[in-house]
Design a protein around this ligand. Sequence first.
Ligand code: PBG
Length: 339
Amino acid sequence: MSHNFTQGPLPMSSFPGTRFRRTRANAALRAMVQENALSPADFIWPVFVRDGDGVREPIASMPGVDRLSVDLVVEAAKQAHSLSIPAICLFPYTDPALKTKDCAEAWNPENLSNRATRAIKDAVPDIAIMTDVALDPYNIDGHDGFVEDGYVLNDRTVEALVKQALSQANAGADIIGPSDMMDGRIGAMRQALEAEGHTNVCILSYTAKYASAFYGPFRDAVGASGALKGDKKSYQMNPGNGNEALRLVARDLAEGADMVMVKPGMAYLDICHRVKADFGVPTFAYQVSGEYAMLKGAAERGWLEGERVMMESLMAFKRAGCDGILTYFAPAASRVLQA
Ligand code: PBG
C-alpha cells in the first residue's frame, strides 16, 4: 500500500520490528537521535551587584553565588563573554539607607544598576545587558510597587517603572526586564522608549510570573526579605492558573514585548510548553533562586549528583520549548558544555 505523507506517519510496527533500545545502544546512536540540545547561547546569567570595590560577598542561601561590586561584575561579564553566554542580567543590592517610600533611587542615573551597565558596556561591549524593572530593591516596603493602605497601586507604579526603564535604557541596557506584574506597564514602557529614541531596546517581559515561595533566596540576595510586608499575591499570578498565562502573553505581545518569560521554571514547565506552542514567540524561563538552592543544597550534602541534575534541569527547559533560560548555573553549565 502506498503511503501519502500528508496523512501523517505510518502506523508503528510492533515488537520486535520496533525496538526503541536499538537507538539507545551506544553513545553515537544516542547522539544521532537526540532531539534537543543545550548551548551557552541558551543562557542569561543573573548577577547581584553591590557597592564597593573588589568586594565579593557570598549569599548564604545560594551557595556559589556572590554579590559583586561593579569592578567584579565587569570581570564576571568578561568571563560570561569568554564562555559564549550572550547576556547578563543585573540585580542591585541597594544600601538600605537609599530605600525610600518614593523609590527615587530606581531612576537615579547613578544608581548601582546603571553604573554597572555603563562599566560593562565599556569593558565588554558585545555582551547583552538585561536590567530589572521593579521597585522592590529601592522600596522601603519591599514591594514591586508603591503601597497605599496595604495595597500595591498599579497606575502610579507604572509611571515610576517607565522612569526606571528609561534610566536603564539611557545607561545602555539592551534588554529591559519588567518583573513587577503591574497591568499596562509594557505598553507604557514601549511608548516611552520609542518616544525617547530607544527604538532597538528590547523588552523581555516577566509575563507569567507566579506568586512563588521559590523566590526566597533571591529576596535575601537583594536585601528585600526583611523589608517585605505581606506577600505579592495581589499582583503576581496564582499558581493554580494556566490559561491566564496565555492571556497575559497575548496582552504583553500586543503592548510591545519582544520576548516573554515564565517564572519560576521547573514547577511551571507546562506553562512554558503552552506559551511556545500557542504563540511561537521567543520564550524564556527563569530557573529561580529557590530552584538553584534546592539543587545546590542537595548536591552539597551528597544527596544528588550536582553536575548531572544541573544539566538535566536545564535540558528540561529546552524540551519544553524554551529559547533560553535565566539561570544562576549559566557559567557552570557553559563550562560543562565547552569541556
Ligand atoms: C522582583 C524579582 C524577584 C525575582 C526577580 N525579580 C523576586 C520577587 O518577585 O519577589 C526572583 C528571582 C529569583 O528568585 O531568582 N522584582
